[in-house]
Design a protein around this ligand. Structure first.
Ligand code: PLP
Length: 362
């Protein structure tokens, strides 16, 4: 069957080189070969996340670490900042972990603003917040530096940040931000197959995790730190993914991080231009658009063009491209086009050509 190229916001297209790396012959996860592999990647990961802390590898999707962060770091009450499907779900997950949780809900498409968090934290009720930097369901990016600046005012509150669909597409400087946990799945802007997450913890987060009674084992942050010091993971990891990550990190540094960030900015602008050219509005509040995907309004916002999204998807799929028809309660009233991972101006132009052709039949 012919491959339909992925332009959904994750999983994204995986390169031949990465697939080859996945097929590297197996090694033992307690042997020197594995330690050398992890040790080779550690400085690359630290540069990518701009941190002196050890970066951990979790054989799970992002949710594993998202749930783990709640179990390791929430003792009093967590403030879940909610602005879309994934950030809203973190509230449910916190409650399912048996934690006291409160929702800070804004309208889908709006970002989370520091003032709103400040007001809640001023009550003194919370010892942790969860925040999704780039809410993939709405294509909206919250102002991370502005929010992280609050950490100085509330040093005892754990700032847990999901950068699942933004990490590697723009600079996120963990140590400078002063936040406590930064995590990402690797099937989005990293352009790896699903199944691996990376994360980093502040010394304060590790100290707090050590005092958490019911943090479990698989996502015990203290175990991750202890093992990472020896270039290992707590349990048997997906070694193929780790080979693939190593290959991908080499690609990032061969391209140059700044060039990678500029490429995402440019291809994202091109997608916004494509939407404007066809008379569509964008879904996110202006000024807070994601750089890795474009959430196009298809009636969700007043004015602007609307089309039969299912038909658009089919017409584009017939030309070999998969686009997303909107997520959760904005399915159909939005659609999403991804430019994350390895996409270039040339590959994005192929997508726009297919979309242009489809639009002629709508
Ligand atoms: C921002 C964000 N966070 C979390 C997740 C959950 O990731 P996973 O399903 O890989 O655990 C997603 C998935 O799309 C996401 O976009």
């Amino acid at each position: 069957m012919a491959h339909i190229k992925l332009h959904i916001p994750g999983p994204v297209e995986v390169s031949e080189k990465t697939f080859k790396a996945l097929c590297t012959p197996m090694i033992g996860h307690r042997g020197q070969g594995f330690k050398d592999l992890y040790a080779k990647m550690q400085p690359q990961l630290q540069t990518l996340l701009a941190t002196k802390q050890l970066v951990y590898l979790s054989t799970s999707s992002a949710w594993g670490v998202m749930e783990g962060a709640v179990r390791n770091l929430v003792q009093k009450k967590v403030l879940n900042c909610m602005c879309g499907a994934f950030s809203d779900k973190w509230f449910d997950v916190s409650k399912k972990c048996g934690k006291q949780a409160e929702a800070l809900q804004v309208e889908w498409g709006s970002p989370i603003r520091a003032e709103a968090i400040d007001k809640k934290l001023a009550t003194g009720e919370f010892d942790a917040i969860t925040l999704i930097h780039n809410e993939t369901s709405t294509g909206t990016m919250s102002p991370l530096s502005e929010i992280a600046a609050l950490k100085k005012k509330y040093p005892d509150v754990m700032f847990i940040v999901d950068a699942v669909s933004s990490l590697t597409a723009l600079p996120i400087k963990f140590d400078e931000l002063g936040i406590d946990v930064l995590l990402a799945g690797t099937q989005k802007a990293f352009a790896l197959p699903p199944g691996l997450a990376v994360f980093v913890c502040s010394p304060a987060a590790l100290a707090k995790a050590a005092t958490a009674k019911d943090r479990g084992y698989y996502f015990d942050f203290v175990e991750f730190e202890k093992n990472a010091k020896d270039s290992m993971t707590p349990s048997t990891p997906s070694i193929p993914h780790i080979y693939a990550l190593s290959s991908k990190l080499d690609d990032f540094f061969a391209e140059g991080l700044e060039a990678r960030y500029a490429r995402h900015k440019k291809t994202n602008q091109m997608t916004c231009d494509w939407a404007a050219k066809h008379g569509f509005n964008l879904f996110p509040e202006p000024g807070f658009e994601s750089v890795t995907l474009t959430c196009v309004s298809n009636g969700a916002r007043p004015g602007g063009r609307t089309v039969d999204v299912a038909k658009l998807q089919k017409l584009v799929k017939d030309q070999g491209f998969l686009i997303d028809g909107g997520y959760g309660k904005i399915k159909g009233t939005t659609f999403r086009l991804s430019n994350m991972g390895d996409e270039t101006e040339a590959t994005m132009n192929q997508l726009y050509a297919a979309l242009d052709k489809a639009m002629l039949s709508l």
